[in-house]
Design a protein around this ligand. Structure first.
Ligand code: ATP
Length: 252
């Protein structure tokens, strides 16, 4: 897949819609200090799913939205769309029928980011995995920003692993592994919680069984009492009858 076009709207210093055609032979962007060269590279990384505001040189992600100037009002929405050429059909298999793909990220004040692939809303993770499968991405060592070369040279072997993984074309697998690990951890936590709940239910069941036994005992004892009381009433009735008979005999 080849990057063909980058459309930026309301992102950092680009208040109006700006289109960059990424044609054959493009090797760099030149311009005076502060004209927005780094903002272009940042827009690309942001669209690929960058989630660190710090690495976007901001304190919060909404800092990427055009903040206004003395003669231009600030904006509420920032959008970056990247057009990819898939004529060689070397992209992820689910998009093999398409000649072109548009990956878009949009952020709205107080609403957070949304991602789209060909206008269909997707998760940030999907976009990150999509680019990892293409051996690139927001943290790809192939995107060299200011100070990055020095950082690469002095980085630890474990940090350099990303370069080798990307060269071997397994970044996508690595991204999926992380997702699978997160899911496994979540499943393990759920299992622990379920186990805890089971133990609580077992304790409750034991208590209820005890209560049920006591209730049964109470029931049989009260039936016994009722029978004895009935016998007593019967005996009293006989006694009353006998007393009445004695009285009528003595009167006679
Ligand atoms: P240098 O060569 O000095 O690194 P550069 O050409 O890479 O500069 P950038 O750092 O990309 O320039 O752009 C800096 C400009 O972007 C500054 O003028 C800054 O005011 C502007 N800028 C950054 N964020 C915003 C924002 N959210 N809204 C408006 N302007 C912004």
């Amino acid at each position: 897949m080849r990057f063909k076009k980058l459309e930026i709207n309301g992102f950092k210093s680009f208040s109006d819609k700006t289109t960059f055609l990424i044609e054959d032979g493009l090797t760099g962007i030149v311009g005076p200090n502060g004209c927005g060269k780094s903002n272009i590279v940042e827009s690309l990384r942001w669209c690929m799913g960058e989630n660190s505001a710090k690495s976007m040189r901001g304190t919060g992600m909404e800092d990427v939205i055009f903040a206004g100037t003395s003669n231009r009002p600030p904006k509420n929405i920032s959008e970056v769309a990247l057009l990819l050429d898939n004529k060689a059909k070397d992209g992820p298999s689910q998009y093999s029928e398409l000649d072109e793909l548009v990956v878009k990220r949009k952020i709205e004040k107080n609403k957070g980011s949304k991602y789209y692939i060909n206008d269909k809303e997707v998760r940030a993770r999907d976009v990150q995995t999509f680019f990892a499968d293409l051996s690139t991405g927001a943290h790809s060592p192939s995107l060299i920003s200011q100070g990055k070369i020095g950082q690469l040279v002095t980085s630890k072997p474990i940090e350099r692993r990303a370069i080798l993984e990307e060269a071997a074309g397994i970044s996508g697998i690595h991204a999926r592994r992380q997702e699978a690990e997160t899911r496994l951890n979540a499943a393990e936590n759920n299992l622990k919680r379920a186990d805890e709940l089971r133990r609580q239910q077992e304790k409750q069941l034991a208590n209820l069984q005890k209560q049920a036994e006591e209730a049964n005992k109470y029931k049989s004892i009260s039936e016994e009492i009722k029978k004895i009381e009935a016998g007593l009433y019967y005996l009293k009735l006989i006694e009353i009858d006998q007393n009445e008979m004695c009285q009528t005999q003595s009167l006679a």
